[in-house]
Design a protein. Structure first.
Length: 191
């Protein structure tokens, strides 16, 4: 018995990737899944800054433009879109994605938002003391310890909106949030 091929397309490999090539891929690639991998440490930090200035932002600034370009073709072909464009504000990204679907007249879509990786509320509620310096070390009297810097948002390959529950453990065993593991579950492939 021959295994069915599961076609995965790359919608983006970083936050600034071009949109035109992925629109063609969505329309002509006969894809099962289209993955937008747009998150990294710098991207999370910038998203946190945008969310701090406006609580309805903090997701990938190209999210709407990307979805406008690919969503009609993906819906027509039955292609699942997987992304981590939610960055620091996955709920707002989910609302933006739903708005794009409405604007494009696409009804009955399933949209899932994965949350739970934002540790900032906990850190604000539980301030972390600075750890003591090593024995025998005397800090300069003018030195002030810098506050800890935290950037939240999962990186590679944890999408912040995806069609399945998430739990990041990659490698060694893929989980259902990773682009490589999703077809394994969907097609019931075994290791």
């Amino acid at each position: 018995m021959q295994a069915r091929a599961f076609r995965i397309g790359s919608g983006a490999g970083y936050a600034g990737d071009r949109i035109e090539p992925v629109a063609a891929l969505a329309a002509q690639g006969r894809l099962d899944a289209l993955v937008f991998e747009c998150l990294a440490e710098r991207t999370i930090a910038l998203a946190q800054l945008r969310r701090a200035h406006d609580p309805e932002h903090g997701y990938d600034p190209l999210l709407q433009e990307r979805l406008h370009a690919v969503l009609p073709a993906c819906v027509a072909a039955g292609t699942v879109v997987i992304s981590n464009m939610g960055a620091a504000n996955p709920l707002a990204a989910g609302r933006a994605a739903a708005a794009v679907a409405r604007e494009r007249g696409l009804r009955g879509l399933k949209l899932a938002v994965v949350t739970g990786d934002d540790v900032l509320p906990w850190l604000r509620a539980h301030p972390q003391p600075h750890w003591p310096p090593k024995a025998g070390w005397t800090p300069c009297p003018a030195a002030r310890p810098a506050p800890p810097t935290w950037a939240t948002g999962c990186c590679r390959p944890m999408p912040t909106w995806a069609p399945m529950p998430c739990c990041r453990r990659w490698p060694p065993a893929p989980t259902w949030c990773s682009p490589a593991a999703w077809p394994t579950r969907r097609c019931s492939w075994r290791r």
